[in-house]
Design a protein around this ligand. Sequence first.
Ligand code: T3D
Length: 258
Amino acid sequence: MSDVLLVEDRGAVRVLTLNRPDRLNALTPDLLAALNAAFEALASETAVRAVLLTGAGRGFCAGADLNQNLGVGGKRDLGQSIDQFYNPLVRKMRALPKPIVAAINGVAAGAGMNLGLAGDVIIAARSANFTQAFVRIGLMPDAGGTYFLPRLIGEGRARAMAMLGETITAEQAEAIGLVTKLYDDEVFATEALAVATSLAAKPAMALAAMKQALNASAANTLDAQLDLERDLQRELGNSADFEEGVRAFVEKRPARFK
Ligand code: T3D
């Protein structure tokens, strides 16, 4: 565990907390490296069935640290840090065969907002707000922003959010489908853990298959997607979780997935 990223297990939920609260959890190379290492490790940790990604203090994440990473003074090769940190991280989050709850506890800006969008279930505290801040400093959305935004909120809204760089409130984010659900600030941490815990109790193979199919759907034809659904459902039909799910229904009791 590094200081800038807190890693804690709550039952079968791995809680990852960005921990630079005085900088609104802005992303430094050491924080980005810690996030990459944490998601790398998760791939092989069978005891962990869901991930909760959140931030300490009043921010979720304010994007790249403008003092440490970017700083004043001169042009530089931003592609290098994107290749080294951001793109591998987004790829690991999307490829992870476990559900990720992005719990947006506060300010989410730039690449910080977009890391949240790489999660599977995106929830927010009522005091959270969202900004594609890039345009304010002469950049464009990265960390998957140009991919996730139009898919979540539609082409027109995505373009406006990226180009205008305006801040939207949590209520507005919920209204346009950027986040699934809002919770009052006082109960947000508890409710976010409850969402992740409920995912951890669901059939892991089915969730992994859903994630694989939903990831693939953006690039697939309907024909290819139907074939993929058939192949994945065939695997699930042979799983102990399916057997247990049907048995539990017939016996009128809650299913116990392993
Ligand atoms: O190679 C690469 O890394 C390229 C990748 C780029 C990806 C990107 O994410 S680019 C976009 C970077 N992020 C931003 O441009 C956002 C900058 N921050 C802001 O615009 C505002 O802070 C917010 C809109 C996010 C929040 O505003 P507010 O009023 O709620 O808070 P604040 O007072 O501005 O910030 C509180 C403190 O956090 C403040 O420090 P201070 O004055 O108390 O000592 C502020 O400087 C610091 N802070 C906020 N964001 C960053 C930051 N420090 C460093 N880097 C930040 N991104």
